[in-house]
Design a binder for this molecule. Structure first.
Ligand code: PLP
Length: 401
């Protein structure tokens, strides 16, 4: 007898909290594209979509590895030459108390493994608001409640240290720091890093330092790794090839565990999970040495483009009514606040439908109640950015006066 009742297979209910606004907007964009319009995409943090190219010596290294038969499984923690290069990079970043290093399938897998290896039911970690949505998605998967601290727009989007202090509970295990920051483009000051490290020290917290944009610093200041200012504190510093080395599709990231010996049981837990998932992409790991120890010339061109595009973005923000923006100092994102009488997700959807420009709404990253923002990716060339800004300006005027 055929079954006639509905046999819908429901997804786990803890996924209800998983949001990924950046990709969710793609459905609206698909609709607009089907109608024959070209979308100006200011929403994707993938340099390869624009006029940036993976450095050829990295491609050669991967190609050679494939030709040399490096196509089987790799060691779970990563191939030896890559691990040595990551240790060298840790030293250049001033991280002196390295306990372990490992390679992952992008920083994304590093985040997943580091959170999964740390958290018991009922515990929490402090994540920034606004945040990069992967953190809250992984926490939802683990059934861990969000405990967010604000980044302070009035203070150039530096972490609000008083808010962090207030939100530490007896069950808090870690503080996530994204520096340089996505979505705000802020870069932490040394003083801020010292204050965060002091809180971690006092409350026995791990610091998870996402430094995937650490070479994309747009002003004269130098990026400082929090692990370098607090060698005794347990820190996992995340890095990878996606942004600094323009190879996001290769899915190569890494973690550097540092701190005194108290961090060892946690480091061992991470290794257990690394073994369970076998390994990261094998041939692509051969690009790590090429990237970290080879020529860095590509960064000169990348930074020149990003500075020019950041400046163009800021000039537009300064001259456009209803828009104001803290100038980004790192990465390739700007996070302007908008003064409009409706929700920013409505603004963003209407902007896609009416002007075919795609940005991401602030509510997709989290923001203080009563504020509205949108995130601009300023990777596109000046011509594309100018056309997009013209369209957003027109839209703001036509819709809100
Ligand atoms: N962390 C941050 C702050 C990011 O912005 C991104 C990607 O945009 C990632 C992690 C993910 O990086 P990966 O491509 O290495 O997985």
């Amino acid at each position: 007898m055929p079954l006639t009742q509905s046999r819908e297979i429901l997804a786990a209910s803890h996924l209800d909290n998983v949001r990924y606004a950046i990709r969710d907007l793609a459905c609206v964009a698909d609709e607009v594209t089907k109608q024959g319009h070209k979308i100006l995409a200011l929403n994707i943090g993938d340099p390869i979509t624009f006029d940036f190219a993976t450095p050829p010596h990295l491609i050669e290294a991967v190609y050679k590895a494939m030709r040399d038969g490096k196509n089987g499984y790799a060691p779970s923690e990563g191939i030896r030459q890559a691990l040595e290069s990551i240790r060298g990079e840790a030293a250049r970043k001033g991280i002196s108390s390295v306990q372990n290093v490992f390679v992952t399938t992008g920083v994304s897998e590093c985040v997943d493994i580091c959170l999964s290896a740390l958290l018991n039911p009922g515990e929490n970690i402090l994540t920034p608001c606004p945040d990069y949505p992967l953190y809250s998605a992984v926490l939802a998967k683990l059934g861990v409640e969000l405990n967010t601290y604000y980044l302070n727009e009035e203070d150039g989007w530096q972490p609000d240290i008083e808010d962090i202090r207030k939100k530490i509970t007896p069950r808090t295990r870690a503080i996530v720091l994204i520096d340089p920051n996505n979505p705000t483009g802020s870069v932490c000051s040394r003083q801020m890093l010292q204050q965060i490290a002091e809180l971690a020290r006092r409350h026995n917290l791990v610091i998870l330092a996402d430094e995937i944009y650490d070479k994309l610093i747009l002003d004269d200041d130098q990026h400082i790794s929090i692990a370098s200012v607090a060698p005794d504190v347990p820190v996992v510093t995340f890095g990878g090839l996606s942004k600094n080395y323009l190879a996001p599709g290769w899915r190569i990231g890494w973690g550097i565990v540092s701190g005194d010996s108290a961090v060892k049981p946690y480091a061992d837990g991470i290794v257990r999970l690394l073994r369970a998932r076998l390994c990261a992409n094998h041939p692509e790991q051969y690009a790590i040495k090429a990237a970290l120890e080879g020529p860095q010339d590509h960064l000169v061109g990348v930074l020149a483009k990003l500075r020019s595009r950041r400046d163009l973005t800021m000039n537009w923000c300064r001259s456009t009514p209803r828009v104001s923006c803290v100038s980004p100092r790192g990465a390739f994102y700007a996070y302007p606040s908008i003064d409009i009488p409706e929700r920013d997700d409505v603004f963003v959807k209407e902007l896609i439908m009416q002007k075919h420009v795609m940005v991401v709404h602030g509510s997709g990253f989290g923001q203080k109640p009563g504020t509205q923002h949108f995130r601009i990716v300023f990777l596109p060339d000046e011509k594309t950015l100018s056309a997009a800004f013209q369209a957003i300006g027109d839209f703001l005027r036509e819709r809100y006066g």
